[in-house]
Design a protein around this ligand. Sequence first.
Ligand code: GLN
Ligand code: ZN
Length: 745
Amino acid sequence: MSTAFGQSTVLGYPRIGVNRELKKAVEAYWAGTIDAEALANTAAGLRAQVWRTLRDARLDAIPSNTFSYYDQMLDTAVAVGAVPNRFARLGLSALDTYFAMARGVDAEPALELTKWFDTNYHYLVPEIAPDTVFTANPAKALDEYAEARDLGVTTRPVFVGPATFLLLAKGDDPFARLDDLVRTYARILAALADAGVDWVQLDEPAYAADRSPAEIDALRRAYTRLGELAHRPQIFVATYFGDLGDALPALLDTPVEAVGVDLVAGPGNLHRLAAAGPLGGRTIVAGLVDGRNIWRTDLRAAVTAGATVAGLADHVAVSSSCSLLHVPVDVSAETHLDPRLSARLAFARQKVDEIVVLGRALRDGTTALPAPLPPTPAAWRHDDVRGRLAALRPTDRQRGEYRNRAARQQERLGLPELPTTTIGSFPQTAELRRARAAHRAGSLDDAGYVARMRAEVAQVIRLQEQLGLDVLVHGEPERNDMVQYFGEQLDGFAATQHGWVQSYGSRCVRPPIIYGDVSRKAPMTVEWSTYAQSLTSKPVKGMLTGPVTILAWSFVRTDQPLADTADQVALALRDECRDLESAGIRVIQVDEPALRETLPLRKADQKAYLDWAVGAFRLATGGVADDTQIHTHLCYSEFGEVIHAIDALDADVTSIEASRSKMEVLDDLAAIGYGRGVGPGVWDIHSPRVPPRDEVIEALRRAVAAVPARRLWVNPDCGLKTRGYPEVEASLRHLVDAAAEVRGS
Ligand code: GLN
Ligand code: ZN
């Protein structure tokens, strides 16, 4: 049996549930309050809900195996038997082995967690050792396929493809194992065919990034081999997140029946398709509906693009540009949004409807599309902000000379050599979260809430004074999230109530939506910072989130260049910096942890991004006097590609994650002649482990060897909000002691 692909599909759908049911069930299982069977039942219910939703929407090609208890890369690792020995030997159940890989157990740290391409989703990095024996384990996919079939829904199982799987894995040249892994995929495909599976989807997003000719050849070889198998389902190779470049003709060179291209993030794919010549009986799956942003699709433009593809291929299907995992589930749950805004939004459920409409329009050649959107409401424009932007001069992004700034700042701050500080947040205790929940629910009034948070600030200041830190922070107790907090206070931003998106495992985030011109209604952080400063004679750092990170962790308007939106946010932050400064705050930190994360996948696009990203940061921080010290903070290692940009930010002090990479970043900074203050993290805050005093001393000694002591700061890797007080106190004590010890030597 071999059927056509269909007219409409999605590459994946959110699996967390409309009300984050999966998060709750998985966390309850971890806490021991429900058992494996109860967890399995919840999961089956969620899968059934998704399949019914997609079927009832009349989507005609429905994926399965897109459900995951934690992550699709981890699922694929299990499906190909790549379970590292260190977990296999624990002797746990299959489910607990899986969670052990995801979260670690006492003696065994978890697999590394890292960003999925340029998204805010994180996957677990498979570990491929020379002795890893790949084995076919299609049970999960087969079970889900059967489960859907029992509901009357025929599905297309989805896996991460073998090339992307290995390109994202770590170990000693995992990609060299491709032929070997392809044999295991062949066995998986055979098992699927045995079960009656008609189509399978293999995801190869890694080819939207720069790839060597050898890697592209390997892709061609892999799919030629899989395509030549006699006993297999029809193969759909899905790609997403950008232009495929030379990988597209390579894929089209293979016998696979369907190839998917992202026409939202990779408009160049259309030209490549056209250049590829006749596409024969192959299906092209056109990713026309943005799977990463939340705006309604311009259906007319999408039909035009789809029609172009239809002119090239015998068969075209419409799909989301990537899995809908990256957008919230359903906008109809958002009852509090301005209706003019919600009318412009499409979350996963609405995108499915768009895809179905587009699929029909392409099949029938009709143009009976829903009415286009009315023009943007005038109230969303702020002419004052636009006027300020238009009047900006290069000097607005330029501070005085660093040497002079450093001298003035030192005069004013009088800091010791190797000054100690932290990154901003102190533990978000259960009590703080309860207070926030009570405030949201209305059972704690504004005054009560503010009093509670101030008490926390006072305690955090007292603790830092006792510990003997040099530059203090207020601890950020009032912040739910470092982006949401600012989004709630800025014009042009909207917050959703249920717009959750999976970030990793059971962790979900609710990105704000930037829909209009951004402007600051009133000072946002000044009261908290000045209150903290009033309690101590030590300098207290003001604490802001930078423009790049605010954009990276929001859904951003697409009707103007990102650079313009970034500059609008930057102007609001510039005003905030000035207000903090006038209120007596001498040090201001502007966090940019996402600077590296949104770096475009292809080298050719990176310069333009870094130009506007750095420009926006400098606009945000360039309005203060020479004697106000600007800090920035970056985390999530691997700064190599953005090292020049970090320098170009021109911050007086850069604190940066370094403890896990053993201070390597300092050599990278030295190599490019970075000459300002730097605070390499000397304590890995990602685990509750307290670093022994000697270990901190050793890290510091290594740092002093790479950077002159007068430019070196002593701080943890990142904020402390996920930590508990006992380990924070002990670790900070070691940190302060270590600084004293190294100063004296
Ligand atoms: N100031 C923030 C904090 O300490 C920085 C968080 C981050 O880098 N992700 O929590
Ligand atoms: Zn950080």
